[in-house]
Structure formats: C-alpha cells, structure tokens
Design a protein around this ligand. Structure first.
Ligand code: ZN
Length: 316
C-alpha cells in the first residue's frame, strides 16, 4: 500500500514538473534560438567583433540576415547606419523597424538597443587572445534581435519600435552617438530608449533579476515593474558609483533628446569575472536565465510601448 501511494505521488510530481516545463517552453522566445545566435556572434570566427574588422562585418551580416528572414524592415534605405571613425575606420549600426499599429501612437518611437561590437583581443590566457564578448554584449544584441522577431510576429506594438545594434560602443559610444544625433536631426518623436548590456548571467536569487541604470532619473524602473506585474528591475548601488548610466549606448540618447534613456543589465560586478576577458565565451552564459529574462521583459516592453500616454517621465 505504502509503496503504491509513493508511486502515485511520484507520478503526480513528475506530471506536475512536466507541466512546469511545458509552461516554460510555451514562452514565446526560445532558448534554442537565443543560444544559436550567442554562439554565432561570440564564436572565434568573429575574432572579438572589433569595429572596422572582418569579424564585426560577419556579425553585421548575421544580424541583417536575421532581420530579413523575420521580415523586420530597415529604418533607413538599408539596415546600415554608417559612420566614420578616425583613422579611416567605418562603423555600421544595424537598425530595424516595426511601425506601430495605432494611427496616432505610431508617430512616437521606442528604441531598444545593445552593442554588437566588442574589443577584439584581450591579454592571452593559455594561448587564447580572442575576446569573444558573449555576455558583453552578444547577450543584449540577441535579446533585441529576438524582441524584433517577437513584435513582427505579434504586431502587438502601438508605438513604432527601432531595434538598434551599435558598433563602436567600446571605442567610446561612437555608434550610438551618431544614431542619436541623426535621429534628433530628423526630429524623431522619441518616447524612451532602453539599452541592454550584459544580461547573460543571473544575479543572486534574493536580488532583483536585473537593474536599471540612472534609476533615480525617471520612473522607468518603477513603471516597467508595474507593466511586468513583478519586481523585475531594481536599483544597484554600484551602477551609481561607477556611473554606468553614462557609460553605455543609452546615454547619447538622453543627451540628444532629454527623454528617459537608460540601460538594463544583470551584471552586478559580483556574478561574472570575465568582463573584457578572453573567457567571456558562449559557454559562460546561463541560457535558462537569459531566456527567462528576455521573456519576462515582454509584458514590461508591451506596457511601455502601448501605454495611451507617455507615462514614463524624467523626474524633472
Ligand atoms: Zn558592453
């Protein structure tokens, strides 16, 4: 009797865990697709994606093909927003576009971004010099690519969205500075910009899953949590101490437009020891975490993109 009861219990537990797994695999954005893109972008063949090299060109082509395959339109004539860098180097931001489905709100834009460049090489460890940049920032790049695919499939965005992948972030935010100024010159009605940096490794479970830089600058963190119906985003003291708000591709948009333009990350200085290190490789990424984060952000993004008025505001 006892044995039978235990068996029944076991069967019950196994079927419950099956349901949990099924729920997970029902999430619209899949681990397999995320993993494939991270592995490609951070492979040795791309030589650390330094701006101006053959390696980053391969990354640019990969992102363009992904956009094309998923029917994401280019915002400009092509996907490339081209800019010149000292020393004859040419940089390309990749910009995809999905028009909003609301006749009025589509004139307002939300920009999602990450940088697809990296630093090329770093000090050798056991003969390896390629800084693959899996977490920094293939992770953010792939998140933006996957959201582009998602919004193309669902057409659930009232506002228009630009999906932007930047070059030359590592050279001093050159790509994002160029695009921000270009869009400002054409008078884009920018509502918000969110930059995703290093989202490939989880934080301690007792902390918020991610944090937002410039937390006190606007109500963006609070509003995104309301839309997500959970505390997805928190405040990180170190982000303020290191002034991370000004150290990535959101900042040029804040400067040019003076709107909420902030970065979201899960790298908190305690959970990843391979920043700008040759071991920032695809096998250091936690794909369960990354997939979970990317899916959990969807209602937060939809809440922001579809809000009837510009609810996210600077505190000033
Ligand atoms: Zn970065």
């Amino acid at each position: 009797m006892v044995k039978t009861k235990i068996n029944v219990l076991l069967v019950l537990l196994i079927s419950l865990s099956g349901i949990a797994q099924n729920n997970n695999s029902d999430a619209p954005i899949k681990l397999k697709s995320i993993k494939k893109s991270v592995h490609h972008l951070a492979s040795d063949a791309l030589e650390g994606r330094k701006t101006g090299t053959a390696g980053i060109e391969k990354a640019a082509v990969y992102i363009e093909k992904f956009f094309k395959k998923n029917n994401i339109k280019p915002y400009f004539k092509t996907y490339r927003d081209t800019f010149n860098i000292e020393g004859g180097i040419i940089g390309y931001n990749i910009v995809g576009y999905i028009e909003g489905n609301d006749s009025k709100l589509k004139n307002e834009f939300v920009i999602l971004g990450g940088h697809y460049d990296h630093i090329g090489t770093a000090p050798a460890v056991e003969g390896d010099v390629i800084a693959n940049g899996a977490n920094d920032d293939a992770s953010g790049t792939v998140a933006v690519m996957e959201w582009a695919k998602y919004f193309n499939e669902t057409k659930s965005n009232k506002r228009s969205i630009l999906f932007t992948l930047y070059a030359a972030e590592e050279m001093g935010l050159l790509g994002s500075t160029h695009l921000a100024q270009r869009l400002k010159a054409e008078n884009l009605d920018l509502y918000t910009m969110i930059n995703f940096e290093m989202i490939g490794v989880p934080r301690n479970p007792d902390q918020s899953m991610a944090y937002i830089t410039g937390y006190d600058l606007s109500n963006m963190g609070e509003k995104l949590n309301v839309y997500a119906e959970q505390k997805l985003l928190g405040y990180l003291e170190k982000a303020k101490a290191y002034n991370l708000f000004k150290r990535s591709d959101n900042y040029p948009f804040y400067q040019a437009f003076h709107v909420p333009a902030q970065a979201i990350s899960t790298f908190d200085f305690a959970n990843f020891e391979y920043y700008h290190h040759v071991d920032d490789e695809p096998d250091k990424i936690d794909y369960q975490h990354m997939t979970s984060f990317i899916n959990k952000m969807i209602p937060a993004l939809e809440g922001m993109i579809n809000a009837p008025t510009k609810e996210i505001k600077l505190h000033e």
